[in-house]
Write a protein that binds this ligand. Structure first.
Ligand SMILES: C[S@@+](CC[C@H](N)C(=O)[O-])C[C@H]1O[C@@H](n2cnc3c(N)ncnc32)[C@H](O)[C@@H]1O
Length: 281
């Protein structure tokens, strides 16, 4: 029994141990674009995790959302601007990017690192309430995006809606429909609420709580499609991929095993990541 307990304790400690590497080996140009670790969503994530998502987000935007080089992109919950990194060399004038987030520090950091050098990349602080990053803000269910109607071609979000309450999601989706141009696309990358490992991740990861992260349970086809339809979005589709949630896939062995497992049809409904796509007519 003691041996089993020791094994469980050791495994949990290992899951919590920082797997980060210093970023001193990057050349100065690249180094200046990587935000300081205290701004990262997971400060202990490996550097390969940071880069992996830059390029994956670019692939989803260009392949799944069919983002063209001269189009206007809005990102909701942009964090420290990771998505924008892949777009710096893709978008060209009049192409533009705007990211909004409730974290004032991350927005200030991204403005400083990116907007100063690429003025067609903007970052806007959304002063709305969020338990972890902005507890004093206004109600997200009432927030009006600070943009004109029909001003974006593509709206993207990665792991945002799983942090919002249903009323907040409904409002954000309606705002999306308002600020999208006719023919504009939305693409939302979210964890799959049917995958039980996300609940394990919430239980073992320091800083994750049911209150802040439990919205993953609503990230299922039915509720999300209904909310998108009610907001006036059409041509809805859903694609699932990956195998493990980030705390396992961020490890080398996890990534290798995942490449094999995600090809097996029988558990596709449980695959951890999902892309919801929709359009404005
Ligand atoms: C899991 S992080 C994802 C960050 C970024 N999309 C990425 O992948 O690097 C979720 C982000 O959503 C932001 N957020 C949470 N609630 C929000 C809200 N109501 N409006 C805008 N951003 C919000 C958080 O501050 C955080 O940066």
């Amino acid at each position: 029994m003691n041996l089993v307990l020791a094994f469980v304790r050791k495994s949990v400690a290992r899951l919590r141990a920082p797997s980060s590497k210093p970023k001193g080996w990057l050349d100065p140009e690249e180094d200046s674009l990587v935000p300081p670790r205290d701004q990262w969503i997971g400060p202990d994530d490996s550097i390969s995790h940071y880069f992996r998502w830059i390029w994956e987000y670019l692939a989803y935007l260009t392949i799944v959302a069919e983002l063209q080089r001269e189009e206007a992109v809005l990102e909701l919950g942009c964090g420290h601007g990771r998505t924008s990194r892949g777009l710096l060399s893709y978008l060209r004038s009049p192409g533009s990017y705007v990211g909004i987030d409730v974290s004032r520090d991350r927005i200030a950091d991204a403005q400083n690192r990116i907007t100063r050098r690429w003025p067609n990349f903007g970052f806007v602080w959304a002063n709305v309430r969020n338990l972890q990053d902005n507890p004093g803000g206004a109600d997200a269910a009432e927030y009006v995006f600070p943009f004109n109607d029909a001003s974006f071609d593509v709206i993207y979000a990665a792991s945002l809606f799983s942090h919002l309450l249903p009323g907040e999601t409904a409002n954000y989706l309606k705002q999306c429909a308002r600020v999208l141009r006719p023919g504009g696309r939305v693409l939302f990358l979210e964890p799959n609420g049917w995958n039980p490992l996300f609940y394990l991740q919430i239980a073992v990861t320091p800083g994750m709580t049911w209150e802040g992260d439990g919205g993953v349970i609503r990230m299922r086809r039915g509720p999300v499609f209904r909310a998108m339809q009610e907001a006036g979005l059409t041509r809805l589709s859903l694609e699932r991929f990956g195998f493990f949630p980030p705390f396992l896939t961020n490890r080398d062995w996890g990534r290798r095993l995942e490449a094999i497992l995600e090809r097996v049809a029988v558990w596709r409904p449980l695959l951890p990541f999902q892309m919801f796509r929709g359009e404005r007519e």
